[in-house]
Design a protein around this ligand. Sequence first.
Ligand code: ACO
Length: 483
Amino acid sequence: MLSSGDCRDSGRLGRRGPETRGDYGGRQPAGLRVRQIRPAARSYENEVQRCNPGASVLLVADETITIIDNRTGERSDIPIVNGGIAASSWRKALPDVLFTDPAFMSTAACESSVTYLDGDEGILRYRGYPIEQLAEHSTYLEVAYLLLHGELPTAEQNEVWIHDITYHTFIHENVRKRFLEGFHYDAHPMGMLVSAVAALSTFYLDAKDIHDSDSRMKQIVRLIAKMPTLAAAAHRFSVGMPFVYPDNSLSFPANFLSMMWKVAEPQFVTDPALVRALDVLFILHADHEQNCSTTAMRTVGSAHADPYSACAAAAAALYGPRHGGANEAVIRMLNEIGSLDNVDDYIAAVKQGKGRLQGFGHRVYKSYDPRATIIKEIADQVFAVTGKNPLLDIALKLEEVALSDDYFISRRLYPNVDFYSGLIYQAMGFPIEMFPVLFAIPRTAGWMAHWAELLEQDAKIVRPRQLYVGHDKRDYVPVDQRS
Ligand code: ACO
């Protein structure tokens, strides 16, 4: 389980021992100077200490912002820590002024040591490990352990972890019979998954013990383990096929494929290249910092809801076409384009504001999405087994045209992870309705890592403010007097 030190030990904020403010023990890092703390800095330090008991703040000379309230002439210095400034310090200096940032474009909503992302440089690291190395050498379950515990498992820890996940893959029969099979025959599997995950909270009443670290880890294992079972059950129901029970002799991705596709054979067997491709896709989707669904997870988790309810909220956010539904939208778009001859017209229509190029653009990545580079290699490996997806040529042409067009260049719009993931999933036989579900399975590890982290941080309940722009006070008008 995460230790309370996890979130504090890895960043520049919170260096402990001799490397704390004013106590470098003669080992002051080059380029850093410790200065006398000014009043604003001290109040910031107090704030950090309150939120992170035991943490200490490393202040760097001149890394302050000075604000002057032109209404009063009052001046305040606010320290920059870890590349951020505490809005609470600004509020003290400007008590009647709120910050407006509706989509959190410029707001760090929390401190986190789970995932590092640099959108300009195209860098993604889980707990410090580059995504390229994890995709090449690791497995999804090992990555899930890393995200949750902060370190790669030893061989022994890995064995226990795989065993624990494998032996929690079964779902209560009533989850399948009463909930999943209660849906309308054409229900979207993502809607089924969101509901089924929320329903799990009614089966595991100990999930409410969120302050008990053993109970927390038990729910985390259950969620990671049961997600593929729920996902496959949703698919089997939607195509009228009988439910396939988990096969504990198979790996995590192979078991999922078995639950999806097994018919009457004693054991499901598939090409190892497809199993590995799915595992790498799971690694690539396991976490992505404070994205929309993780923010939903942290928001609901901050209210101390049980993890199943919070996870259902995160999955609901992932359902949206601007987020986890994007790869589904990509396939629909490629089908709509239909032929190479129509690519130029489609791009022209997008430039006129008639829709968006699905799978292009990202809130954070502004040079390239490192996951998209890896996924293109996976696509080649999968197509070598399954045969080329006929939509691939349209996708490649679309990418080529867009990447040389000033509209997309000037707005720094590049293919994101979902531009190619849908083509791979489709080639592997997954119906497009399953695409967001395939995203939710691995992202559960990331959601859980953030949930555990926020509880370790004893984070306050999320409660943003607003700028009220409605009516001033007015008196109630009885219905017969309204015009
Ligand atoms: N196609 C065409 N134009 C686009 C696209 C696109 N895919 N994305 C952004 N733009 C344009 C906007 O129209 C806007 O142009 P303007 O300045 O002339 O008005 C400009 O680029 C900036 O767009 P925003 O919407 O402000 O960018 P934002 O960072 O809010 O949006 C998002 C990011 C939602 C991912 C957006 O790029 C998008 O809708 N992409 C398509 C959907 C998609 O692929 N989503 C998957 C994201 S990755 C994931 O969740 C795993």
